[in-house]
Ligand binder design. Sequence first.
Ligand SMILES: NC(=O)c1ccc[n+]([C@@H]2O[C@H](COP(=O)([O-])OP(=O)(O)OC[C@H]3O[C@@H](n4cnc5c(N)ncnc54)[C@H](OP(=O)(O)O)[C@@H]3O)[C@@H](O)[C@H]2O)c1
Length: 326
Amino acid sequence: MKTRELGNLRVPAIGFGAMVLSPGMYGEIDDARGENAIRAALDAGATHVDTSDAYGPDGHNERLVGRAVKGRRDEVVLATKFGLAIPEGEASRPIPVGFKFGELRVNATPGLVRGYAERSLRNLDTDVIDLYYLHYPDPGVPVEETVGALAELVKDGLVKHIGLSNVNAAQLRAAHAVHPVAAVQNEWSMWRPADPELVAAARELGVGIVAWSPLGTGFLTGTVQSLGTDDFRHNAPRFSAENLAGNNDRFAPIRDLATHLGISPAQLALAWLLHQDEHVTAIPGSRTPAHIAENLAAADITLHPDTLARIDEALARFEVSGGTLL
Ligand SMILES: NC(=O)c1ccc[n+]([C@@H]2O[C@H](COP(=O)([O-])OP(=O)(O)OC[C@H]3O[C@@H](n4cnc5c(N)ncnc54)[C@H](OP(=O)(O)O)[C@@H]3O)[C@@H](O)[C@H]2O)c1
């Protein structure tokens, strides 16, 4: 597998996002299938595994990841996040989101950061977190104060590298001035353009970009015609029956292009992303070993500049219906 750099951290160009493996996310899943998916990802070379203390109830996703990498910990770049799974009794601040439920809540107070990390270390059953992200900046706490607490964790050996998720360029710059940031993790895919100022700041500072939901939470695979009952995408307006049908029509030329190239729409979406910047990595999620193998093969696909231009022209011709999530 080709590799990329996130600051001083080397990772495979395509990693694995484990969120899909907790109940209540993308339909049917159980722990045996989840652990099997992570092992399949590692076997295929996706050794950068991304989780969060907020995925699934009571650290479910971290505990699942911890069990799956048991005995193979040295092969893995283990990334997790904090700030949204707030200890009982602590205050929190709202973050408006485009999901139908309206808001997430965050607490990234410096005094809580060590406790978050120690809980994640227990969940993951490990003694160090390779890449530890602030999941979402706290509107009540300057990001540089949270990063100050993260720097202490690095000094004390609990964490190797720090990351920020869902930040803008100004927040990245403020944080990086306190402690080097290895990676920013923001949504970026064919149906969710990156913030150009953030990409420019990351390039300038030598910070890697980890693209979350690189398959558009499954939409860009071209396989989502409707949703099952236990699927959280019911909360995402882009997946309402009307918007989904329209969005599928809009993306028909992209799917046709994938067919013409002899690759799958998922592979085209991932290869396109990797061509956007040399320090971008993708962390697609999947419960299915065949999908995981298909996705990882995208790291070896080279797209001709004419193809990239055709894609950009097609994407510029329309707006996706349903707004954005964050
Ligand atoms: N920092 C943040 O705020 C944030 C927010 C969201 C996500 N994330 C991270 O990003 C990771 C990935 O995002 P995501 O899981 O939301 O979305 P995604 O990777 O864009 O899409 C996942 C969906 O695509 C389907 N899929 C994957 N490969 C496929 C293939 N080749 N063919 C057909 N279907 C395929 C999966 O279904 P199957 O299981 O059936 O394959 C699943 O439903 C998460 O695990 C998480 O680590 C971070």
